[in-house]
Design a protein. Structure first.
Length: 182
């Protein structure tokens, strides 16, 4: 295990089980098993691994879109304001859309993203997050689909970072406080 990790919160196996559960619900709710179409938005960079595992379990006509959202900088606390950059030809108008987030913490990012996507006139917008840290909410918002509710700990791995590190860990681990409280 990486020496900066205090303990493993979710193993690779637990993550995959959670994703299978989410995919099954999404396939049913959006009629994907009947061949309906869905545009799935990857919120870079944190959700990239979750996104790639999730889309492989979705059926129907799946389209992919990408945007970059950033708020943190080099801290473990959200700055509250969210910067968004869209990949070229980003297209959601009149589409059924699913926003894929890694983790909902204060709720600022998911709230801002949902409003921005809605302003582009999609047919329908829903949100999925792998992790939910409800104890730190500033905006009362919940994703339509949640993988795991977790305690108030700073986690990394499976796409999630601290200062851009640890994204490649295949599990989700609690980062040692000594790493970010220097
Ligand atoms: P929010 O705007 O405070 O809800 O923060 C959402 C974003 O902050 C997430 O998409 C993550 O990128 C990042 N974030 C929040 N908590 C953590 C954490 O424990 N580890 C890594 N990133 C986090
Ligand atoms: Mg994120």
């Amino acid at each position: 295990m990486n020496p900066d990790i205090q303990s493993v919160l979710l193993t690779e196996e637990q993550i995959q089980q959670g994703i299978a559960r989410l995919a099954q619900q999404i396939n049913t709710d959006f009629g994907l098993t009947q061949g309906q179409s869905l545009t799935v938005i990857c919120v870079l960079r944190g959700s990239v691994l979750f996104f790639s595992d999730l889309i492989q379990k979705l059926c129907g006509d799946i389209r992919l879109e990408f945007l970059n959202a950033s708020s943190y900088g080099m801290s473990d606390v959200s700055s509250g304001s969210v910067n968004v950059n869209y990949a070229s030809n980003f297209e959601v108008e009149n589409k059924n859309v699913l926003i894929v987030e890694d983790i909902v913490d204060t709720g600022c990012s998911l709230d801002a993203l949902t409003k921005l996507i809605k302003s582009r006139q999609p047919a329908q917008v829903k949100t999925v997050c792998l992790l939910d840290k409800p104890s730190r909410r500033k905006i009362e918002i919940q994703a339509d689909y949640t993988g795991f509710v977790i305690p108030d700990e700073f986690v990394v791995g499976y796409g999630m970072d601290f200062a851009q590190r640890y994204r490649n860990l295949p599990y989700i681990g609690i980062l040692k406080k000594s790493v970010y409280q220097k």
